[in-house]
Design a binder for this molecule. Structure first.
Ligand code: WT7
Length: 647
């Protein structure tokens, strides 16, 4: 018998829920969602309490999602003010800078209240009002959290753009959201290097409306190019404003933020999240999934540029009055022990990261882990992609010393919080499975072709949700039709996740990966169409098709088939040039791993590229190419195989 390191419930005596409580609460949440969520809606302080709990429909011709809709609240008050009576001097945010030489900061709830009030007043000076959009393009510094909460305080809508995105990507988000202000910093230190954030904003704003203002927080102190009338230093305005800012009363359904994510077309989708339902769900999942208790030091290593950072660095933990850690750096700087050094230094109790980081670190000597005292750790978390058993075991044994439950949390930008996840103390774990649904969540597996629900317990199909949960996205910014089209049209009556999934005999869910044209690179979501449009924007390229392939560290790598203009010749230089080009067009995370020049792409007679075949070739799996007889020119496949770049 193998040693059972997966059955950790007994190791978490005192957890919020045990197996029996999970079963009981889950049953309640499904049988009587109104009563269940009326109760859990109370974890928020409402200005005007809600009387309606749930008004949701996934019917194709009448999709709507509303929770607690007549309640009013302020999200920043919930994350700050309501903790002041008991936790004014407790640390709200621990800031660990990129360089271990620079001192960490501990920001108390009282200080957070002042900083956010001041930031809100600065935004107000720039004309930001309730409902306005503010783009945040910042390093992982406390000001990123202040800015998010300052928007929430005013009832303005923030849209955080990951600081690794290019000026073009930034410009398209500023334009799509029609933002009034872009908040940035002079530079962003990361892994000992500096990203020129202000410089990127300067380039981006050349493509935006002249009225967009740029608010600059000082981080590196470097010289920056300045546009008078448009650019303002945060410190200059902050010096003259009060630290108190009245909190706006917003409706539960008023948007809290927009977050752009990749879809199956070239244009990113502006996912809109609500104020009330989102906050309640982020707080509740943070409490149960991580078994959060007062006094814990919670560390989610994500960037606030992704939804994980929104829900589990800022909103969930702060709504619960937790101490949350913000880390500016990377796992390997100054060396591969940084995560564990930080865990020891700040006595982290829950640690939440991505499989790609775990795989990267497990490739280094275990000494980078074992030389630190990790006895404060109670729980480990994983998010972003399926975690392979080798990585799970290493995480469990070397980091968790076999005594920390691992919560493998499945969710999406669109879901706002965890949908399928173990609850420590309640769920027996199986490495590689996100296990069971959270309260109120009803996953179903559908047959991909018929769209019929599969009722057998053991099954495989596309993963959909039968009913809404409070953290669900409400719409796509400026494009309600695309919202219905993307999520409720392929399988009518359901929310379609885009993932494939298997359910085992115990009713456990195992995510098998995306079934659409989205790939998952190091836990970052990437539309293959986005990379394709960047490639064809290059003068030498006539056509491009992009697919994912298994990559040891990144989970999936980016494999590009490129057809050149007739007067161009393939060369190694051109490969490099195209890699640099895509990196510049979208950002470093989109840099192609493999470029294969292809004189022709496999197309049907109607001109549709058969990606299934391209995926197989990229995976080096030629035995199962399937039927190629419907191709307009079947011989292109032989050429692609003979010249495959990924040998
Ligand atoms: C896609 C969502 C929300 C977290 C960050 C990613 C994949 C996410 C898991 C997991 C297997 C996972 C799915 C999902 N994914 N978590 N625990 N196991 N796959 O958010 O960028 O919106 O991507 O990430 O494919 O659809 P995202």
């Amino acid at each position: 018998m193998p040693k059972d390191t997966t059955n950790h419930p007994d190791l978490l005596a005192g957890a919020h829920v045990d197996a029996a409580a999970y079963d009981r609460m889950y049953a309640e949440s499904i049988e009587n969602p109104e009563a269940f969520w009326a109760e859990h809606g109370k974890r928020i302080d409402w200005i005007k309490p809600f009387t309606k709990v749930k008004d949701t429909s996934f019917a194709h011709d009448d999709v709507h999602v509303r929770w607690f809709e007549d309640g009013t609240l302020n999200v920043a008050e919930n994350c700050i003010d309501r903790h002041l009576a008991t936790k004014a001097d407790q640390t709200a945010i621990i800031f660990e800078p990129d360089s271990p030489e620079e001192e960490a900061q501990h920001i108390t709830y009282k200080q957070l209240h002042e900083e956010v009030g001041r930031f809100a007043n600065v935004l107000k000076e720039l004309g930001v009002q309730k409902g306005d959009r503010v783009v945040l393009y910042l390093p992982m510094i406390p000001e990123a959290a202040y800015a998010m909460l300052a928007c929430a305080r005013l009832g303005a809508i923030h849209s955080v753009v990951f600081a690794g995105f290019s000026p073009d990507a930034l410009a398209s988000r500023v334009n799509d959201s029609q933002a009034k202000v872009v908040v940035t910093s002079d530079g962003a230190p990361r892994g000992g290097r500096i990203t020129e954030l202000k410089d990127n904003v300067n380039k981006a704003l050349l493509h935006c409306d002249d009225h967009v203002k740029c608010l600059v927080v000082k981080r590196t102190g470097q010289q920056v190019a300045w546009v008078a009338d448009r650019d303002v230093w945060y410190d200059d305005i902050a010096a003259n404003v009060s630290t108190f800012c009245h909190a706006a009363e917003v409706g539960a359904e008023d948007p809290l933020f927009i977050l752009y994510t990749s879809g199956s077309t070239g244009k990113p989708k502006g996912v809109v999240h609500s104020s009330g339902g989102y906050l309640a769900y982020a707080a509740m999942t943070h409490q149960y999934t991580f078994d959060y208790h007062d006094g814990d030091v919670f560390w989610c290593t994500a960037d606030v540029g992704w939804v994980t950072g929104h829900s589990y660095i800022v909103y969930g933990p702060l709504a619960n009055g937790a101490t949350t850690l913000m880390f500016e750096g990377v796992p390997t700087y100054p060396d591969a022990g940084r995560f564990w050094a930080v865990c020891e230094k700040h006595k982290v109790t829950q640690f939440y990261t991505a499989p790609t980081a775990i795989r990267l670190l497990m490739g280094q000597s275990d000494e980078f882990v074992t030389k630190y005292d990790l006895s404060s750790l109670k729980l480990l978390g994983s998010v972003g992609e399926p975690i392979n058993p080798e990585a799970w075991n290493w995480y469990n044994e070397v980091v968790g010393k076999g005594k920390c439950p691992i919560v493998d949390t499945w969710w999406q930008t669109e879901t706002g919080g965890h949908l399928i996840t173990p609850l420590p103390g309640a769920t027996a774990l199986k490495p590689g499975s996100a296990t069971k649904p959270f309260f109120g969540v009803q996953p179903v597996l559908l047959d991909a072709t018929s769209g019929e629900e599969i009722h057998e317990t053991e099954a495989e199909g596309v993963l959909c949700m039968k009913d809404s949960w409070p953290g669900q996205m409400r719409t796509l910014w400026g494009d309600p039709d695309r919202f219905v089209q993307a999520y409720f049209s392929d399988y009518k009556g359901y929310y379609f996740t885009g993932d494939g999934c298997r359910r085992d005999a115990d009713g456990y869910y195992w995510i098998t990966g995306r079934v659409d044209d989205v790939i998952n690179v190091s836990g970052h979501r990437m539309g293959t169409a986005e990379v394709e449009s960047a490639l064809v924007a290059h003068d030498a390229v006539s056509e491009a098709a992009v697919v994912g392939y298994p990559h040891e560290l990144k989970g999936q790598g980016i494999y590009c088939y490129v057809t050149l203009m007739s007067d161009e010749t393939p060369s190694d230089e051109l490969v490099k040039e195209l890699q640099t080009w895509v990196r510049k067009e979208i950002g470093p995370i989109a840099k192609p791993d493999v470029i294969q020049f292809a004189p022709g792409l496999p197309k049907t007679r109607s001109g549709k590229i058969m990606r299934r075949i391209l995926r197989k070739i990229a995976e080096n799996d030629f035995g199962s190419l399937g039927d190629t007889s419907t191709l307009a020119d079947p011989s292109v496949v032989d050429d692609l195989i003979a010249n495959r770049a990924n040998k």
